[in-house]
Design a protein around this ligand. Structure first.
Ligand SMILES: Cc1cc2nc3c(=O)[nH]c(=O)nc-3n(C[C@H](O)[C@H](O)[C@H](O)COP(=O)(O)OP(=O)(O)OC[C@H]3O[C@@H](n4cnc5c(N)ncnc54)[C@H](O)[C@@H]3O)c2cc1C
Ligand SMILES: NC(=O)c1ccc[n+]([C@@H]2O[C@H](COP(=O)([O-])OP(=O)(O)OC[C@H]3O[C@@H](n4cnc5c(N)ncnc54)[C@H](OP(=O)(O)O)[C@@H]3O)[C@@H](O)[C@H]2O)c1
Ligand SMILES: C/C(=C\Cc1cc(O)c2ccccc2c1O)CCC[C@H](C)CCC[C@H](C)CCCC(C)C
Length: 400
């Protein structure tokens, strides 16, 4: 009697889940061992989030930074399921999906990332726009076009959260709006980019200053309304007029992950072993933003695409090793550095002793990210477009 193939269910098709699926697919499976790999995501396309800002300035297009899963997974043995995960029953080894389907699994990979907390300030859920997904970028694009088409002299935008996303977004919007823009970056800490290398933080501070972005430090948002927001600084509350509020305050773990009967940390991230297995559940792997992982050297793995990208290799290998009786490998995180875009054709890069800023960093960042794209097919498509773009623009100049 033929045995059922081992079922590997991967929840979340981002840097952790999609790259785990692709690495699993590339492993040298014996015919008799070939598993059934199912990747589940609520969206129809992967988002290369570091390039999300480039949509706002027209530097890149949606198809380049967010290729459909169907395109990425063609010629693989990976089945894609576009549905929302609504419940996960670990004991029954079953995942409930939004359209009523249920998936059973032998191995489960938790890679559903995080979400932006909008319920921490009155009015944020109604009036503030997060910047995490393609839908967020499209919503922002629509509001920007309405404001640009209006007869308003100035366009007043407040960006709440002076971390990476807030700073990169501020620089891009400043370059798009030029003199019409009045941008304000609001940060509750006493400095922006707290965890950044000094070189990158100083480059970002210069970029914000050169673009006239006003930075409010030690400042929090007390409330938001349709065209005003109340800022609190040293117990003083002041209302300011605003046309648009963007919400880049960091990441929260979703309730569906926090409610799983697994070990969690105070933030609700799933605690894992160095082999990326959920503590006390060797059949469950967790990686990316939703996981709290210390690597083989005991270093805390950061919640970044860089880390999830590296973890994916180990998650795939360790599932294969579990199924084929090989030793599992403890994850070794290699912090290669950090890159940030600081407007159109401007960036900063710190890595392995190399420090770059300006156009060189911008070019290096583009090339490195191109190299990090999920498939060779997509890398070639995008590279060809980048090489021929000047010619395309000569033939038909882009309309903004
Ligand atoms: C604008 C922006 C820029 C960034 N730039 C960088 C950068 O330059 N460098 C860097 O290292 N990091 C960067 N990051 C952080 C990086 O995106 C995350 O750390 C990384 O994506 C985490 O990978 P992940 O696989 O854990 O989650 P994600 O990549 O977020 O993937 C999670 C996936 O799960 C899906 N999902 C979630 N819940 C469900 C559900 N219930 N049902 C079905 N599907 C679900 C989502 O649709 C998503 O596709 C950036 C983040 C943002 C928002
Ligand atoms: N270029 C890159 O490498 C890059 C780009 C984007 C994102 N990422 C990664 O993705 C993750 C999310 O990035 P992010 O920029 O969204 O978040 P982040 O790096 O956590 O920054 C969020 C910032 O907002 C501040 N903040 C939180 N709540 C606030 C409030 N109510 N009012 C004012 N300020 C508030 C935080 O201050 P506190 O520090 O006090 O909480 C923090 O400085 C991070 O892990 C980051 O490493 C990396
Ligand atoms: C910081 C670097 C890589 C880490 C890294 C950062 C991310 O944001 C990611 C996001 C998603 C997936 C992966 C990553 C990720 O791995 C870059 C390190 C820089 C090198 C050490 C130095 C590179 C030098 C350039 C190649 C010089 C080329 C200059 C010329 C203009 C082309």
């Amino acid at each position: 009697m033929t045995e059922q193939p081992t079922r590997i269910c991967i929840l979340g098709g981002g840097f952790g889940g999609l790259y785990t699926a692709l690495r699993l697919n590339e492993l040298p499976w014996r015919k008799s061992e070939q598993p059934e790999i199912t990747l589940v995501d609520s969206r129809d396309r992967f988002l290369f989030s570091p390039f999300l800002y480039e949509l706002l300035t027209g530097e890149l297009q949606t198809w380049e930074i967010a290729p459909p899963f169907e395109q990425l997974l063609q010629n693989t043995n990976i089945r894609f399921c576009q549905q929302v995960v609504t419940a996960i029953d670990i004991e029954a080894k079953e995942v409930q999906l939004s359209e009523g389907e249920a998936l059973t699994f032998d191995y489960l990979v938790l890679a559903m990332g995080g979400e932006t907390p909008l319920d921490i300030v009155p009015g944020a859920a109604e009036y503030a726009i997060p910047f995490r997904s393609i839908e967020d970028a499209y919503r922002l694009e629509e509001r920007l076009r309405l404001l640009e088409a209006s007869d308003q002299d100035k366009i007043r935008i407040a960006i709440v959260g002076g971390g990476y996303s807030g700073v990169e977004l501020a620089c891009k919007l400043a370059d798009r709006l030029q003199e019409r823009g009045r941008l304000r970056l609001i940060e509750r800490d006493d400095r922006i980019l707290r965890s950044s290398p000094n070189f990158n933080r100083e480059a970002a501070q210069r970029a914000l200053q050169q673009r006239g972005v006003w930075v409010d430090l030690e400042t929090t948002v007390q409330s938001i309304e349709a065209s005003t927001m109340a800022l609190e600084y040293r117990q003083q509350v002041d209302p300011i007029p605003v046309d648009l509020v963007l919400w880049t305050v960091g990441t929260r773990i979703s309730p569906i992950v926090q409610s799983l009967p697994l070990k969690h940390n105070k933030r609700g991230q799933v605690l894992t072993t160095t082999t990326l297995q959920a503590v006390e559940h060797s059949e469950i792997f967790a990686l990316g933003d939703l996981a709290d992982c210390k690597d083989a050297e005991g270093q805390q793995v950061p919640s970044t695409a860089q880390a999830a990208f590296q973890q994916a290799d180990y998650a795939a290998w360790n599932i294969w090793a579990s199924m084929t009786g090989r030793p599992l490998l403890p994850f070794r995180y290699q912090g290669l550095g950090e890159m940030m875009t600081l407007g159109t054709d401007d960036a900063t890069l710190t890595g392995l002793g190399i420090k770059l800023e300006g156009q060189m960093a911008h070019l290096a960042r583009r090339l490195i990210y191109l190299y990090r794209f999920p498939t060779l097919d997509h890398q070639v498509r995008v590279a060809f477009n980048w090489i021929t773009r000047p010619l395309q623009d000569m033939i038909s100049p882009p309309v903004r």
